[in-house]
Design a protein around this ligand. Structure first.
Ligand code: NAD
Ligand code: MG
Length: 388
């Protein structure tokens, strides 16, 4: 029996994780859950899975949740202390980090320092603090399993191989909803257009990141830290069918890829049950149904965010955290109708240009840089003065 603490259980990854737990009650038990503000769903999850500790965004929501629950109640916490308590709860062997954004950094670091294995969906943690987090993983002797489908594919494709034999990691990208749109038309993108992802159903932030291709940029940085491979050895191929989830090329010219129907339950299950495999209910892959699998190079001018992510890695320690902060602020502004889709990369680039990269020695340093990036990005948006 593996005891799990799931951070962000009401999100897209959180819900899929709980479906897997429900399908394998003999293998997994939930001991802690956290959510933001979706109390309806959270209350149902608590009644179904009976965790000992739960946490929500703030005190008011904690009070509301307490009144909604009937029968024996879990310990109800809130805010960052609540997230840390859930991430470090004694009974948990593994923490599923499925919060979105840099908000996942503190609890994920706390889980590692408490000696928990981590199933990591929250890629922003590695983007902001990759070097520090990988040091913590080593120092505390824990395992960090990727949940992101591309990184799970790489993880599965490098098992049993020597890292010095890797020539290149090739991350695949669907290209999102605007792959076929001519650049001129990008000025007309609406919120609904950007939320309409062709292959995956996900939370709003990552769906917008997929449309700008910042998601792939974040994943390049995530791969750099997870697999300790320099950016020059990480390529991106557009693969609109999302069947090959990523591949690893070796120095002898052999390429190993991992394939499957696009469904996050497969990579989540592998992170939960590694090194074993469990049934997931994912539709088996029938390659005869495809007339062809296609691949091509991304257009880094049209999808400027991908280029910015490579630039951020090159600029050094704090630039990826600033890029990530500016992206979170720009995506939120776009979703609130305050800036145009095409302004997202501009906000990020202007914020990055205003930042002089510094060393990041502690998680507190990262949080400081993250706050700086958020304030600067908000200022950049303010300067657009309603005319983005
Ligand atoms: P989501 O928006 O559906 O869910 C996010 C969860 O985090 C929710 O439970 C929400 O309540 C909680 N949350 C949000 N902000 C919070 C805060 N400030 N404090 C505490 N809790 C907070 O997101 P998602 O699509 O499930 O993605 C989660 C993470 O997994 C992201 O980092 C994303 O990049 C990554 N990921 C997602 C997918 C996918 O298919 N959805 C695939 C690969 C990686
Ligand atoms: Mg991914």
């Amino acid at each position: 029996m593996k005891n799990l603490s799931i951070l962000g259980s009401t999100g897209s990854i959180g819900v899929s994780t709980l479906e897997l737990v429900a399908a394998h009650p003999d293998r997994f038990r939930v001991v802690a859950l956290t959510a933001g503000a979706n109390l309806e769903l959270f209350a149902r999850q608590i009644e179904a899975f009976r965790p000992r500790v739960v946490s929500v965004l703030n005190e008011e929501l904690a009070g509301k949740l307490s009144r909604m629950l009937t029968g024996a109640k879990p310990e109800i916490m809130h805010g960052v202390p609540g997230l840390i308590a859930a991430a470090t709860v004694t009974e948990a062997r593994m923490v599923v980090a499925a919060i979105v954004g840099a908000a996942g950094l503190i609890p994920t670091a706390a889980a590692i320092m408490a000696g928990k294995d981590v199933a990591l969906a929250n890629k922003e943690t590695l983007v902001c603090a990759g070097s520090l987090i990988m040091d913590l993983v080593r120092d505390h002797g824990v395992a960090l399993y990727p949940v992101d489908s591309e990184h799970s594919a790489v993880f599965q494709s490098i098992e049993g191989h020597r890292s010095e034999d890797i020539e290149k990691i090739i991350l695949t990208a669907s290209g999102g909803p605007f792959l076929e749109w001519p650049s001129e038309r990008m000025a007309t993108v609406t919120i609904a257009d950007a939320l309409n992802h062709p292959n995956w159903s996900m939370g709003k932030k990552i769906t917008i990141d997929s449309a700008t291709m910042m998601n792939k940029g974040l994943e390049v940085i995530e791969a750099r830290w997870l697999f300790d491979v320099p950016a020059a050895k990480i390529d991106v191929n557009i693969h609109p069918q999302s069947i090959i989830h990523s591949m690893v090329e070796y120095i002898d010219g052999c390429v190993i890829a991992q394939l499957g129907t696009p469904d996050m339950k497969a990579p989540i299950a592998y992170a939960l049950s590694y090194p074993e495999r469990v049934a997931t209910g994912v539709t088996p892959l029938d390659l005869t149904r495809f007339s062809g699998l296609t691949f091509f190079k991304p257009d880094m001018e049209k999808f400027r965010c991908l280029k910015l992510a490579y630039d951020a890695l090159e600029s050094g320690p704090s630039m990826p955290a600033v890029m990530n902060a500016a992206n979170e602020v720009a995506v939120a502004a776009f979703l609130e109708g305050r800036i145009a889709f095409s302004a997202i990369p501009r906000v990020i680039e202007e914020t990055m240009m205003a930042h002089g990269a510094v060393a990041l020695a502690t998680i507190e340093n990262v949080l400081h840089v993250d706050r700086w990036g958020r304030n600067k990005a908000a200022e950049v948006i303010g300067n657009y003065n309603g005319a983005p």
